[in-house]
Design a protein around this ligand. Structure first.
Ligand code: GLN
Length: 497
């Protein structure tokens, strides 16, 4: 009939609801696409075929009983492996949690399941979400479907690559400093970081608790909006005190025209060191697409944005250090055998359980929080956070959303960036939004003229204006309709429905 990679999540849900195909047939198609494509992409850490088929059977039984199906009925989904899902391990791509069985299911995951989705597995990531290339996974690399010699971005690299390879239409990732938007950009898919608090963090292994936010990947803006609806539908989660009621239908105004609305652009960001000519050309094309649909373009400034990476690499490691202190070789995860004292057990379990980047972050955090050092770095970093927040408040007095790149360049080759500080610059356009807690979305524009790899535009919006963000993202998408949505080398492999 069709290949699973040609169908949107909305089409799958409609097809299941109308009886065009069963949820079990869809699950089998996704599992067969995974089987055929995984050897080349390696996006998954675990494939949960049993869970998928059980959930799909439940959906089919509900339909047979005449029950109303959820908006994601039968839609195969996968989750970054820092999200708990009962019946799977939650490894965070770390040896520390290699055998850790989920004790419960994260709220964000549960909400997709409640909407009828079929869970097909857990995706690869940078260890504990530290990174921008998925190279720090303790288990294996994930290849970019557009060129398997290149990284998929990170830290949610498996979630982005799986969607770009057409294995599943929707996945979840987490974004602490860009980890949804940057891999979405590298893999040519849509990736959204909602406003902090829009989606519950309960059951997501914490990295930076004031920065982390869960969000969806999809091949279209509409599929991301559909997933967002499921994520917020049940409102505030009592298990995450920072989660808010967000009673919004993200699909309702998706097709509304943007005529007369205002898009802010930041000239200095377009001259930034490291921004490649092809990405710059892409953003100019996105700006033109918005202008052609009647948007006004205004120049704005975020004077303190340049300090956001510095502030993030103080605040992020400090929060990571306190969050990862729980992995003590006693209560959680890897336990070094044969130790004689508790101190030895803790120290060796951590030494052998964590990889290099996870250690670097925690050592940075330990140092930055030390007495005498704290006042010099942590406190000023929080003051910088306030300044950047004020910059955004001022900017949004003049525009509805801000347009900028998602990443300064397209996907790089494995091993190409070995200096950690160079890697940190991958997030120069995304981090400020995590610092202030606003929403952001990466929208694919097609392939760059020089690298032949996907390029994307990023839209940022004021807090809890995520619906507006999706509406503008849809407007950009409209300007680039011809782009391939699944990487050609993977399209049509397995996955017959
Ligand atoms: N790449 C950034 C980092 O390494 C962001 C990671 C993330 O958002 N999880 O911290």
């Amino acid at each position: 009939m069709a290949n699973i990679d040609e169908l949107s999540a909305a089409q799958i849900a409609a097809g299941v609801a109308s009886g065009q195909f069963s949820a079990v047939e869809v699950a089998q198609a996704s599992l067969s696409a995974i089987e055929a494509r995984e050897p080349q992409v390696q996006a998954f850490l675990q494939v949960s075929a049993d869970l998928a088929l059980a959930a799909a059977q439940k959906t089919d039984a509900a339909r047979a009983a005449g029950e109303k199906l959820g908006p994601l009925a039968g839609v195969p989904v996968a989750f970054k492996d820092n999200m708990h899902l009962l019946g799977t391990r939650t490894t965070c791509a770390s040896r520390m949690l290699q055998n850790y069985e989920s004790k419960f299911t994260a709220t964000a995951v549960q909400r997709l399941l409640d909407a009828g989705a079929t869970p097909v597995g857990k995706t690869n990531m940078d260890e504990f979400a530290f990174g921008s290339s998925t190279e720090s996974s303790a288990f294996h690399r994930t290849n970019n479907p557009w060129d398997t010699e290149r990284v998929p971005g990170g830290s949610s690299g498996g979630s982005a690559a799986s969607v770009a390879a057409g294995e599943v239409p929707v996945t979840l990732g987490s974004d602490t400093g860009g980890s949804i938007r940057q891999p979405a950009s590298f893999c040519g898919v849509v990736g959204m970081k909602p406003t902090y608090g829009a989606v519950s963090r309960y059951g997501v292994v914490a990295f930076g608790s004031s920065l982390d936010q869960v969000g969806p990947f999809g091949r279209s803006v509409a599929d991301v909006a559909l997933a967002m609806n499921a994520l917020v539908a049940a409102g505030h989660d009592p298990y995450d005190s920072t989660s808010q009621d967000c009673p919004v239908d993200f699909l309702e105004h998706l097709e509304d025209p943007i005529e007369g609305k205002t898009v802010g652009v930041i000239p200095s960001l377009m001259e930034a060191e490291g921004l490649t000519a092809e990405v710059k050309a892409g953003i100019e094309a996105a700006e033109k697409a918005l202008r052609d649909q009647g948007a006004n373009i205004v120049e704005i400034e975020l004077p303190n944005m340049a300090s956001s990476i510095a502030a993030y690499y103080v605040i992020g490691p400090c929060e990571a250090f306190s969050n990862l202190a729980r992995f003590d070789g006693v209560r959680y995860g890897y336990q070094e055998p044969g130790c004689k004292t508790l101190a030895e057990q803790t120290s060796l379990s951590r030494a052998h359980g964590f990889g290099a980047e996870a250690k670097r972050r925690q050592m940075m955090g330990a140092y930055l929080l030390a007495s005498g050092v704290y006042d010099k770095y942590y406190y000023p970093a929080q003051q910088v956070r306030t300044l950047i927040t004020q910059d955004y408040v001022n900017a949004y007095k003049r525009c509805d959303v801000i347009l900028m790149p998602s990443a300064p360049r397209t996907a790089f080759k494995f091993g190409e960036i070995s200096d950690p500080t160079q890697m940190y610059l991958s997030d120069m356009y995304t981090i400020s939004n995590n610092i202030v807690g606003n929403g952001g979305i990466s929208v694919p524009l097609g392939l760059g003229a020089d690298s032949g790899m996907p390029i994307s535009a990023q839209l940022q919006g004021p807090a809890f204006c995520d619906r507006k963000l999706l509406q503008f993202a849809r407007a950009i998408e409209r300007g680039f309709e011809g782009r391939a949505k699944v990487a050609p080398a993977f399209a049509g492999k397995g996955g017959e429905l």
